[in-house]
Design a protein around this ligand. Structure first.
Ligand code: PZK
Length: 286
């Protein structure tokens, strides 16, 4: 008898189940969040797009960093994974200056302990990608910490290994995305350690929910950039005068359709595979 999936955790937009002692099931919902609030209106197929992209990247980057993926389920929205001992930090790789990296730079001239040249603009490309570790807050916002503090939390050797893995993954994915006309501005990785003591990539990886994807044809440093996936949602929410505290407004059918189209476009540009083929047989991304 296959063991029942036992619910163990809920994220804002996904669920985590245990499959016995050694495996987990990561299920991506169609929920969407903006300005840190989950919207009342789902985006059909968003969970499948994110799961398909994650599985695509896991299979394309296995040669660089081992990952936790064991199987992609036929529903296209769930990943069976190896259970790892997760590091107590997440690793953000920033190739461009945005979000909290930009805010830290404006205030201090540095981000996560990396002093940057003066005169950089919001959304500028960095001379080289930087690794910005952050603590995982149970609630509220993750906090950027200097790399030395991350090394103390993980152990120096483990941190150095995780850092090298994150940089290798970012370099590979950013180059691939650039070919598809998408700038991978930054991305967050969650890594863990397996039974043999190896550093392993976990969670979802290189999706629009864990990354900033910008359309390259609209790139204009010196201000905030358009989001590849959530721009219609943000523009709509701003246009309603919503104060960004819950509850968020319902989306219109036009905003839902436009946003769904952007997710599918990101999937198709990055994977080179028609989304309809993925729905028919998710294994096509592997
Ligand atoms: C793990 N999360 C975050 C994800 C949630 C929460 N392979 C793994 N081994 C052990 N733990 C995790 C993983 C992974 N991935 C991931 N929490 C624990 C998370 C999805 C929904 F509610």
């Amino acid at each position: 008898m296959p063991e029942a999936a036992v619910h163990v955790a809920s994220g804002k937009v996904r669920e985590l189940y245990a499959l016995g002692d050694d495996r987990l099931l990561l299920v991506a919902s169609d929920r969407i969040s903006t300005f840190d609030v989950v919207l009342p209106t789902p985006i059909p197929d968003k969970g499948r797009v994110l799961t398909g992209l994650s599985a695509f990247w896991f299979s394309r980057t296995e040669h660089l960093v081992p990952n936790h993926l064991l199987a992609l389920r036929p529903d296209g929205r769930s990943l069976e994974c190896r259970r790892l001992e997760m590091l107590p930090i997440e690793l953000v790789v920033r190739g461009y200056l945005a979000g909290s990296g930009w805010r830290d730079y404006v205030e201090t001239g540095a981000t996560s302990g990396h002093r940057l040249q003066a005169g950089l603009r919001e959304a500028d490309r960095l001379p080289e990608p930087i690794v910005a570790p952050a603590t995982k807050a149970a609630a509220g916002h993750d906090e950027n910490i200097p790399e030395d503090e991350a090394a103390s939390l993980c152990g120096r050797g483990r941190y150095e290994e995780a850092r090298a893995a994150a940089l290798a993954l970012y370099g590979f994915a950013a180059a691939h995305a650039e070919q598809a006309g998408i700038i991978l501005a930054d991305t967050k990785f969650e890594l863990g350690v397996d039974g043999e003591g190896r550093i392993v990539l976990g969670d979802e990886a290189l999706t629009p929910d864990s990354s900033r994807f910008w359309p390259a044809d609209a790139y204009a440093p010196g201000g905030p950039q358009q989001s590849f996936d959530k721009q219609y949602v943000r523009d709509f929410c701003e246009s309603t005068g919503w104060d960004k505290t819950p509850p968020a407004p319902e989306l219109t059918p036009e905003v839902v359709a436009g946003t769904r189209g952007r997710y599918i476009e990101a999937f198709e540009r990055l994977t080179g595979i028609p989304f309809a083929r993925y729905v028919e047989n998710p294994e096509v991304v592997m």
